[in-house]
Structure formats: structure tokens, C-alpha cells
Design a protein around this ligand. Sequence first.
Ligand code: SAM
Length: 290
Amino acid sequence: MDYSKLTSPRVVKALMREYEIRFKKRFGQNFLVDGNILSKIIASAELRADQYAVEIGTGLGTLTHALAQECRKVITFEIDHDLVQIFRENSSSENIHLIAGDALQYDWHQVLVEHSWQGERVSLVANLPYYLTSPLIMKALECGVGFDPIVVMVQREVADRIQAQPGTKDYGLLTLMVEYYADVEVVAKVPRTVFLPAPEVDSAVIKLIPRAPTVAVDREALFAVIKASFAQRRKTLKNNLKALTEQWGVTASSFERILAELGLPEGVRGEALSLAQFAELTRRLITEHQ
Ligand code: SAM
């Protein structure tokens, strides 16, 4: 099969007809049928010939083959057995390894090692299934592989959340978790019309460039504080953190003093705090507890 032709909606429709399969909404199947966006994704990943690439969601293999032309090895996950079968019947690329199954269930570091990876540069490049965007991004950042960079197509609303500023409605857990691990760039805003079938929302390609955290504090404690702070958005920080601070042995009056020392009003909500402020709050809570 000529994989460069899969950016044509006509070719994709013909292939689906030939194999008598339908797009499965439950797997977030919206196939990219736009050569320009495909080129932008590939260019922004700045791939090198000696590196690895990991893709989540092979689909019909459009992005997979574009990656395989640039990299030494591509590891691609696909959950849908119909698509796995089409891929296996049509693809003859020796540097593509397709893993049939749910990408979230795998240890990606181990999978890479099993495919002779010895710590070479490895990028994660994917047009993500939208029902799993946040867990897949968090796994990519936390799995210990050190993906550099992570270039992913996500729904526009998720791109907005990732880039949000404190005090806005989009700002929250995802914003802060991503900010902890990486710098973020928007590569392209993408209309829904470049997919087959078109999803109900517009999209964006974002690039996450991992770097050392900009705050120095125990990561687990910091994430526990951030998660609890956004448990119920309309509650104050004090109320959301009540159970955690009690567990850490910090009294209500100590908590109020800490807020005052940080220059924060008593009724402040989590969405008002920057990552640096969350880090400082966590540091003081830990110190209080010791
Ligand atoms: N890469 C293709 C493209 O660009 O046209 C397909 C992208 S489509 C948005 C997402 C793909 O992810 C679908 O092929 C879907 O079946 C697959 N998928 C969904 N959930 C998955 C999971 N948990 N693990 C692996 N693949 C998954």
C-alpha cells in the first residue's frame, strides 16, 4: 500500500469499504486526512535518523509510516483488532513494531527495552484518541522514558487547559502537572475538517518539551496538594485541603498562618495559585508536619 495516499479521504473510505469496517467512536477513531498537518507534526518533532519514536493509536498507519521514514524504529500501539489486521496485511516496513492492545496497560519503558532500545533519543508522536488524552499525556510525562519531545494532537479544549493562566476557568490539575514536567508550544490549531470522520470539536497539535522541574519540593507531596486543591473547584483551598492537612498533622490555625505568610487570603481557591505558590505551600506544610 502507498501510505502517503492515506491523507486522501477517498482512499481511506475505499480501504474501510474494502475491509468492511466502520469507524469506532468508542475508540476515538478520527483519522487524519490532511498532508499539510501531517507534515507539520513530523517537522515539529525534529526527528533524527538514529532515534526511536512511539505512537499511540496506529489507525490506518498514516502517521506511523511518516514516522518510520524519519526514524530508526517506531513502536506503535493499536487497540482495535480490525485495524491491526489491516496494518499487518498491508505494511511491509521492517522498522515498525505494532503492539496490539491498550497502550495504557503497557510499561512503555519495558516495551522499548524489549525492542533493543538502549536509551537513544525517543519521541512520542501521536494523534491521540480523545477519550484518553489526559491519562496518556500524564503517562508519557511520568513513565520514566524521557520522551523528547512529545508532539500530540489533542482536542482544542485540552490545549487551552494545558496553557491556561492562574485564575481562569481552564486552569487546573492538568495545567500544573504538565507545567511541572515540560515547556509547552502550540504547533498548529487544527479544524475538525481535517479528520475522517470529523470529530465534534476542533483540535490542536501541541509540543511538550520535557525539562527539569522549575520548583524544588517533594513531588509526591506537591501533587497530593495540587490534586486535593482541585477536588472541588468551588470550595476554598482550606476546605479542599482539610483532610490532607489533618492527615499531615497540620492544624487549622497553622494552615491559616501559613496562608497569611504566603500573602494569600483565607478564602483563596486553588485556581488562584501558581505552580511556584503551590510548591511553597507544600514546603511549608511538610515543614510544619515534621
Ligand atoms: N494515528 C491515526 C491517524 O492519525 O489517523 C489514528 C488516530 S485516531 C485519533 C486514534 C487511534 O487510537 C485509533 O486508531 C484508535 O483505535 C486508537 N486507540 C484508541 N484507544 C487506544 C488505546 N487505549 N490504546 C491504543 N490505541 C488506541
